[in-house]
Design a protein. Structure first.
Length: 207
């Protein structure tokens, strides 16, 4: 596996599954499916998959509307526990992925940066959760989770709790010295890997 110019690093392509969550209600977009919006003639979710294909051997899509995403050609799984939001989607991804770890992200991040994803994944092994943090802000849907989280998620959902951060001991990536990661596309997209459509830019990862 070649990480687009990144060398001397662990090859995690067979150890981490990319889990793409495509089951949201798009409430901030008036119900319009953000994943299928186009930027420069390409659907957002298609842009994401193309980046992920350069990093992960297994990519799965969590959705209850298979017909909308069949064009991606990726394995799809419906929510095992419907009605539990992103926690339920993450749970479904972890119980269906082939690997010990899953890198989870939503379907509305058009500016993914492979170097930022690599930064998180390289630091994930041996931890239950590896999540970016900038100041007081976390990005739980641009993070790596271990399958060891599954029983804790089950216990929380059985009590009707939906908070992702309620179930695991976090390993935080502090951004005390922010570093800008650049892409081949455009400098204006460089810091936006964790930005979702309709949401504010949450910031940069630490170097």
């Amino acid at each position: 596996m070649v990480f687009r110019g990144l060398t001397g690093m662990r090859d995690y392509s067979s150890d981490i599954t990319a889990i793409l969550l495509a089951g949201g209600t798009s409430s901030r977009m008036g119900g319009q499916n953000k994943a299928l919006l186009e930027i420069d003639g390409k659907k957002i979710i298609q842009r994401e998959v193309e980046i992920l294909e350069g990093l992960f051997k297994e990519i799965i899509v969590i959705t209850n509307t298979f017909d909308q995403y069949v064009f991606l050609g990726k394995p799809m799984f419906a929510d095992v526990r419907p009605g539990y939001g992103s926690l339920g989607g993450l749970y479904t991804g972890l119980v269906n992925c082939s690997n010990e770890y899953g890198f989870v992200l939503p379907c509305d991040m058009p500016f993914l940066n492979d170097r930022v994803i690599n930064y998180v994944c390289q630091r994930s092994f041996g931890h239950d959760v590896t999540v970016p943090k900038i100041g007081v802000h976390y990005e739980p849907l641009h993070a790596v989770y271990s399958r060891r989280c599954v029983p804790h998620m089950e216990a929380l959902m059985s009590r009707g709790k939906l908070r992702i951060f309620d179930f695991a001991q976090l390993r935080l990536l502090s951004a005390s010295k922010p570093r800008k990661f650049r892409t081949e596309d455009s400098a204006r997209w460089a810091p936006q890997s964790g930005r979702a459509v309709g949401a504010p830019l949450w910031a940069l990862l630490g170097a």
